[in-house]
Design a protein around this ligand. Structure first.
Ligand SMILES: C[S@@+](CC[C@H](N)C(=O)[O-])C[C@H]1O[C@@H](n2cnc3c(N)ncnc32)[C@H](O)[C@@H]1O
Ligand code: SF4
Length: 469
């Protein structure tokens, strides 16, 4: 059967309404999980996680395997990721040995025979690892988990093109990876200098071409808007240059300047940043330019070519969201390894220590390094489902809700429906009585809509999160 076209799907088109954006652009979570990570508590410990993993094992089914590889050779000043800056490559092997010790424990807890449908190496910079260390890690996983080789596996890795040598991509391909994402951010030399990330466009192009030749699919590039010295004109040039490279997917993230939370950002001077008005213009132009270039707008911050699996999944209502952003895979339980990594089961989230020496000490003592988490109540799971529907499908069907949860939507969410009224009046979302459907003007503000159903954000905006746009 031919896949649906964008017009046939239930997706709202997109309208830019600046007055509404200003009214609703408060700070809020990105909902890569619900409850969000700020709700994790230290009262949730290893015993709780072991029980959650036991329930997951009993339920069975495929798993997703995430590894956090924190090392980077250089510091990008904007960076908000959990990373360790070092030039010492010999740190990689001891780290990976510990990851394998942790993997041995988790494989027993979650079940070694469950198919690993999704696998992701994130960071930091996974390609900081020398070739033999990458091979050692994957060989170890091969013994501990049921790795897959079928075409429908989704094995992806984040690549910093500055950390790619002549063997890197071939090695990754031979290890079973079939998808990559390249960090780019901006190709403008002035911007690159200001964020301490010198990466000539030719370098990105060479990596992309080699990846294509090897057979990697769904190649993604990460861009960030709102960086120092960016202007609408400079970012338009960056986009032209990136579109010429013709990646299958693009992630376009908003830079949030929070130097109190992310120390490296103190190296960025506030007065070099684009103004909020300029930032809005950059975003508006970016969406228009990418739509003109034939990309489809995915969720709230991704773009994909119409034949890419992410675009097909969105048109067919099969989009999902997890810690890596939007994906095509249904929610597998997530086994997560390495410093700061977050695992997930149907009814729990749990996170490793984000301090490298503390994580190492726990593993060396033969223990898990979980230090916080949250067990999900039934209400959490209901709200996670609702927020997932809104942020991925942009609609919520009351009959589907009742089929899924055995509850009457209007009774369960009386208060939320009242608080949704101004958004309905502003045409961010429409209520037909059977379906809540996000409208074109509400698409960019989907996080504000989701926040209405967030039990922990009833008070509205919170300074702990970046602004929505
Ligand atoms: C772990 S990095 C990608 C892999 C590799 N370390 C690199 O930089 O090429 C993940 C992505 O997060 C995004 N990112 C990092 N810090 C950010 C920030 N403060 N605001 C928005 N996006 C950010 C960047 O787009 C970056 O490519
Ligand atoms: S953006 Fe990537 S390479 Fe740069 S510091 Fe962050 S994790 Fe490392």
């Amino acid at each position: 059967m031919a896949s649906k076209t964008a017009a046939e799907s239930n997706l709202p088109a997109f309208i830019w309404d600046e007055a509404l954006i200003r009214r609703y652009d408060l700070s809020g979570p990105r909902y890569t999980s619900y409850p969000t990570a700020v709700e994790f508590t230290q009262t949730y410990g290893i015993d709780d996680m072991v029980k959650a993993a036991g329930r997951s094992k009993a339920a069975g089914g495929p798993i997703s395997l995430y590894t956090h590889l924190p090392f980077c050779a250089h510091l990008c000043y904007y960076c908000a990721c959990n990373k360790v800056i070092t030039k010492k490559r010999d740190k990689a092997m001891p780290y990976v040995e510990r990851v394998l010790k942790e993997a041995a424990i988790q494989s027993r807890l979650f079940g070694a025979d469950r198919p690993v449908q999704q696998l992701h190496w994130g960071g930091g910079t996974p390609t900081f690892l020398p070739k033999d260390v990458m091979q050692h890690l994957m060989a170890g996983y091969g013994e501990l988990f049921n790795l897959q080789s079928g075409d429908d596996r989704d094995y992806s890795v984040e690549i910093d093109p500055r950390e790619v040598d002549q063997d890197t991509l071939t090695t990754l391909w031979e290890l079973g990876f079939n998808r990559i994402s390249l960090g780019v951010q901006d190709v403008n030399p002035v911007v690159q200098k200001a964020v301490n990330r010198i990466q000539p466009r030719e370098m990105t192009e060479a990596v992309l071409n080699e990846a294509r030749q090897l057979g990697f699919r769904s190649i993604n590039l990460d861009l960030i808007y709102g960086l120092p010295h960016q202007t609408p004109e400079s970012f338009a040039e960056t986009l032209d240059s990136v579109i010429e490279l013709s990646p299958d997917r693009l992630s376009v993230f908003s830079y949030a300047h929070l130097p109190d939370r992310f120390y490296p950002q103190t190296r960025i001077q506030q007065d070099t940043l684009p103004s909020p008005q300029q930032k809005l213009t950059i975003l508006h132009n970016t969406i228009n330019r990418l739509l003109d270039a034939g990309y489809e707008y995915i969720g709230m911050d991704h773009f994909a070519k119409p034949d890419d699996s992410l675009a097909v999944a969105q048109r067919e209502g099969r989009l999902h969201r997890n810690f890596q952003g939007y994906t095509t895979h249904s929610d597998c339980d997530l086994v997560s390894l390495g410093v700061s990594a977050i695992g997930q089961t149907d009814d729990a989230y749990f996170q490793n220590n984000h301090d490298l020496p503390s994580w190492e000490a726990a593993i060396d003592a033969g223990q898990l390094a979980i230090i916080r988490g949250v067990g999900l109540s039934r209400d959490d799971r209901i709200r996670r489902w609702v927020i997932g529907q809104l942020i991925c499908q942009f609609r919520l069907d009351r009959t589907q809700f009742t089929d899924q949860w055995g509850e009457d939507f209007n009774r369960y969410f009386t208060d939320e429906l009242n608080r949704l009224t101004p958004m309905i009046q502003d045409e961010l979302i429409a209520d037909s009585g059977s379906v809540l459907q996000v409208q074109p003007a509400g698409r960019l503000l989907i996080r504000a809509i989701c926040q209405i159903f967030d039990m922990y954000r009833k008070e509205g905006a919170s300074q702990r999160f970046s602004r929505i746009i």
